[in-house]
Design a binder for this molecule. Structure first.
Ligand SMILES: NC(=O)c1ccc[n+]([C@@H]2O[C@H](COP(=O)([O-])OP(=O)(O)OC[C@H]3O[C@@H](n4cnc5c(N)ncnc54)[C@H](O)[C@@H]3O)[C@@H](O)[C@H]2O)c1
Length: 281
C-alpha cells in the first residue's frame, strides 16, 4: 500500500533524526532518495545506509535557506534519477529561543530562513519537475508549535505556523496539477534537536515519556511512517492537510489522571455523571 517502487524522492534534513529515518524507510519501500543536509558526514553515512536498504540514494550538501542550493538539490534528483515524485521538506532548527524582548533580529531571521523560507524554496523549485512528471507529493515538517503557542519558542512557533498555512495555500494552487501538499505536526520526538547534546538523551527521553497521553517516547520512525503515508499514492485524495503526530498531546486537557489498565483518579473518579452544580454540594 505504501510502495514507492520507481519513485524519486528528495528529503531535506536527511542526515539526522526524522529525515534520516524517512530516507531509510523510503528506500526500503523502493524509492531513489536524494538526501539533502548541511551535515555532509551524517548525510553521506545515511545515504550509504539507505542505498543498502533499497535502490541507489545520493547525498547533496544543501542549505535549505539558500535558493541556489535548493535549485541544485531538486536538479540533482532530475539529473541523477530522471524526475521528481516526492519532496519531504523536513530540515529545521530550534532557532531563536527565549523571551521576546531578548531575541536578536538576525536570530529571528535565521529561524524563519531555515524553517519557513526553506519550505517555500523547496515547494517553489519542486513545481517544475512535478508538473513535468504529471503529479507529485510534497510533505513538510511543521510542528505542534505551529498550532499551539510555546512560550520561549516564538520564532519557531511563527515559522511552523507559516508552514501549516503555506501548506494550505500551496495545496490550493497546485491541486489542478495533481501536486499534493501536506504537512506533519510532530509533538516531542527523541532526536538530537531536542537532546541538545547527546549527553542529555536519557533525561530528555524521561521527560518525553510523560509529555503526552500515550505513555511512550515519540521516535523518528513515527514521523517517517506519517511522511511515507502522505507521500504515497495511498494518500492520493489528501491535500492541504496537517497531520498531527503527537501521541495525543494536542487532543485536549487531561481532567483525570490516567492509570494504565486501571480506574481513573481525580475528577471523574468518584462519580459517573455530573449534573447541575447545586446538587454537587
Ligand atoms: N524533534 C522534535 O521534537 C520535533 C518536534 C516538532 C517538529 N520537529 C521538526 O522536525 C524536523 C526534523 O528535526 P529532527 O527532530 O529530526 O532534528 P535533527 O536535528 O535530528 O534533524 C534536523 C536536520 O536538519 C538539518 N538542517 C538544519 N539546518 C539546515 C539547513 N539550513 N539546511 C539543510 N539542513 C539543515 C540538520 O543538519 C539535521 O540533520 C525539523 O523541521 C524540526 O523543526 C521536531
Amino acid at each position: 500500500m505504501y510502495d514507492l517502487s520507481g519513485k524519486v524522492a528528495v528529503i531535506t534534513g536527511a542526515a539526522s533524526g526524522m529525515g534520516r529515518a524517512a530516507a531509510i524507510l523510503f528506500a526500503q519501500q523502493g524509492a531513489h532518495v536524494v538526501l539533502a543536509d548541511l551535515n555532509a558526514a551524517g548525510g553521506e553515512e545515511t545515504a550509504a545506509e539507505a542505498s543498502r536498504a533499497g535502490p541507489k540514494c545520493v547525498f547533496q550538501r544543501t542549505d535549505v535557506s539558500q535558493e541556489a542550493d535548493v535549485a541544485s538539490m531538486v536538479g540533482r534528483a532530475v539529473s541523477e534519477f530522471g524526475k521528481l515524485d516526492i519532496l519531504f521538506n523536513n530540515a529545521g532548527i530550534g532557532g531563536a529561543v527565549g523571551p521576546l524582548e531578548n531575541i536578536a533580529v538576525e536570530d529571528w531571521d535565521r529561524t524563519q530562513a531555515v524553517c519557513l523560507r526553506g519550505v517555500f524554496l523547496g515547494i517553489k523549485h519542486a513545481i517544475g519537475p512535478m508538473r513535468a512528471n504529471g503529479k507529485g507529493a510534497i510533505v513538510s515538517t511543521a510542528s505542534t508549535a505551529g498550532i499551539d503557542g510555546y512560550s520561549g519558542l516564538h520564532a519557531y512557533c511563527a515559522a511552523k505556523a507559516g508552514v501549516v498555512n503555506l501548506t494550505r495555500s500551496a495545496a490550493l494552487q497546485l491541486a489542478c496539477d495533481f501536486i499534493r501538499v501536506n504537512c506533519i505536526a510532530p509533538g516531542g520526538v527523541s532526536t538530537p534537536i531536542v537532546w541538545n547534546g547527546t549527553a542529555n538523551r536519557d533525561a530528555v527521553e524521561g521527560m518525553l515519556l510523560n509529555a503526552q497521553p500515550l505513555p511512550q517516547v515519540g521516535q523518528p520512525i513515527d514521523i517517517a511512517n506519517a511522511a511515507l503515508f502522505l507521500a504515497s499514492d495511498a494518500a492520493q485524495f489528501i491535500t492541504g492537510h496537517t497531520l498531527v503526530v503527537d501521541g495525543g498531546a494536542t487532543a485536549g486537557a487531561l481532567v483525570t489522571a490516567p492509570k494504565r489498565g486501571g480506574q481513573p483518579t481525580g475528577y471523574g473518579a468518584q462519580r459517573t455523571f455530573a449534573g447541575p452544580s447545586y446538587e454537587l454540594g
